[in-house]
Design a protein around this ligand. Sequence first.
Ligand code: 3PY
Length: 256
Amino acid sequence: AANPLKQLFTQGSRPAMGVWQMLPGANISRILARSGADWVMVDCEHGNIDDAAMHEAVPAIAALGVSPIVRIPDLQPWMVKRALDSGAHGILAPLIRTVEDVKNLVTAAKFPPEGKRGFGSPIAMQNFNPMPTFTEYLQQANESLLTMVQIETQEALDSVEEIAPLVDVIFIGPFDLGNNIGHPIIEGKMDPELDEAIERILKAAVSAGKKCGIFCTGGEQARQYADKGFHMISAKKCVHQGCLKVYTDPEEVCRY
Ligand code: 3PY
């Protein structure tokens, strides 16, 4: 499929499972993409993946029929443009706060007339199978590339019902959300108020007919969120802070 993650969302048969890449290297991308993941998050917010490393990771993942999604460092139009031009099948913006932030993100991600994305990269289309022509990519991009925002601030939580209709995926960063609403996750323990916030976000996404994603630290937690109806779940591995293990046992938990 041109965008495997989008296709999985359309089918709605099961949650899309994903893994997180935080260290540079196309071989790391390949290991992660071959782990059984439906998507790999190329994390340019945290970790040490820079612009050049992003341009190596995205095609390595896409070549294996897995959707590369780029978490941009910050909500800047040029970062959205470079991520999508590298061939990402979607972008995730962290720490958004307002409805205005989300509208700006969508404007940056869409070609005119819906948005203001500049056109000209010869690279992006090479990361889809079958490879679209330049013109086909231009015609398909607005519809097929996934826009995702992270709800992880109090302000965004307060506006989540307004934000959800504007994007394809509302993605929960439980650590930042916990920190920002005054209920940090301590030793893996989630405060009931954080659980409540997570429920509210899922409900807002579902009511708007959109998908809801969440970052997990292990297989057991991922299974619980799958049972609750989350559509996009990270779990099977972990590549952060020097940990390079690909977790194949769903019971295994990685702790920060
Ligand atoms: C969070 O939990 O805050 C995240 O964004 C996961 O990377």
